[in-house]
Design a protein. Structure first.
Length: 106
């Protein structure tokens, strides 16, 4: 199952900042965090509250921080045992359920 991703694979914060002519350092200061904290959040597995702070600072919804996806009936990011899994369809969801039940990544 190839649904493991880093948050940097799906987030487009750097792109959004570039479109607005903003530097990460300046944006981080604007939303009240250090540049290092912002960088770590974008490279790791940020909490929803951090994503909300970033989205609010850009005047967007949290969903707008992510790369656009084709309209689908099932999609999301699920974190399990410290790994982020992007679920785009029922097959990927079922594969993650197997991992959870059997502890094996196929």
């Amino acid at each position: 199952m190839e649904t493991k991703v880093t948050i940097t694979d799906e987030l487009r914060v750097k792109e959004l900042l570039k479109e607005r002519g903003m530097m990460m350092k300046d944006f981080a200061e604007q939303i009240g965090i250090s540049r290092e904290t912002l960088t770590r959040a974008l490279q790791g597995n940020p909490q929803y509250s951090t994503l909300k702070t970033i989205a609010d600072g850009l005047g967007l919804s949290v969903r707008d921080l992510f790369k656009p996806q084709q309209e689908q009936l099932l999609q999301g990011v699920i974190t399990y045992n410290g790994e982020a899994y992007v679920i785009r369809n029922r097959e990927e969801f079922d594969a993650l359920v197997d991992i959870i039940h059997h502890g094996v990544d196929k």
